[in-house]
Design a protein around this ligand. Structure first.
Ligand code: IPD
Ligand code: CA
Ligand code: CA
Ligand code: CA
Length: 253
């Protein structure tokens, strides 16, 4: 069953990539949601509609939770639920056509089955889950970054850094260096690939669910900074980090 899911999603992502390439031939339609920095484009909606159609056709019994609300969202995480972030890093996508990704995850009774992060500009598909390991373009990833905070690069959410929420500015200043990419999927990807050793941000379920599922395949922990369990409802402060750095950062809280 899971093998079929993996094969299907890989195919859907390849088709969605073509959809993005085609839609980028004409000017983007950009709408503001809550501010000039919180936007949605016709591509976000088109990609989500594409994934929703695939899921409802192939897995009609499953629930869906998508950022743009194309499908009627689930009211609970009971049973199998697909979580979709059609374009993660929409502001980067609109302004730079870089540093963005597509993300999908499948959860079963709140437990991660498999997650997918497709870095579109780099054509890198990161996927995996707790019972299947982690792969980048089908090459197995087995190593976890062993760096301590002082030896590694971390990435953080700009607002949390500026306001020093959860002591993020202090944590960042104690790291070797800090980056702010503005794309949750890339934050997770860098930690999972061992290029950075922590990512801290305020995230909605579609921002953290795919990366959390993949990270679990390497034993990398994704935890809420507020100590509350993940409910897959509201936006929460999230830490994902390799073991050494995770332990160090927890001491700041
Ligand atoms: C956003 C990005 C950003 C994070 C925001 C998210 P979107 O996702 O992942 O890095 O800081 O919290 O909302 O809206 O571009 O999919
Ligand atoms: Ca958004
Ligand atoms: Ca997102
Ligand atoms: Ca999005």
């Amino acid at each position: 069953m899971t093998e079929q899911v993996i094969a299907d999603v890989k195919q859907w992502i390849a088709e969605a990539e073509q959809l993005i390439i085609e839609r980028l031939q004409t000017p983007l339609h950009v709408e503001e949601k809550t501010s000039q920095a919180d936007i949605v484009t016709n591509v976000d909606k088109g990609v989500e509609a594409f994934f929703v159609k695939k899921i409802t056709t192939h897995y009609p019994q499953d629930g869906i939770l998508g950022e743009e609300g194309i499908a009627e969202p689930v009211t609970s995480m009971d049973g199998r639920v697909w979580i979709i972030d059609p374009i993660d890093g929409t502001l980067n996508f609109a302004k730079q056509q870089d540093h963005y990704c597509m993300m999908l995850a499948l959860y079963d009774n709140q437990q991660p089955v498999v997650g997918f992060i497709y870095d579109v500009p780099r054509r890198e598909l990161l996927w995996g889950g707790p019972s299947m390991g982690v792969y980048c373009n089908d090459k197995a990833i087995t190593e976890v970054n062993p760096d301590t905070l002082a030896d590694g690069i971390i990435s953080v959410n700009t607002h949390m850094f500026v306001d020093n929420r959860y002591r993020v500015r202090e944590i960042a200043m104690d790291a070797l260096a800090v980056r702010m990419t503005g794309c949750a999927g890339i934050g997770f990807k860098e930690v999972i690939l061992g290029k950075q050793n922590a990512y801290i941000s305020m995230l909605a379920p579609w921002d953290y669910a795919p990366g959390m599922a993949i990270a679990a395949g390497l034993g990398i922990k994704t935890t809420p900074l507020n100590g509350e369990p993940f409910t897959f409802k509201e936006r929460v402060p999230v830490l994902v980090a390799a073991e050494n750095t995770h332990q160090e950062i927890e001491k700041y809280l």
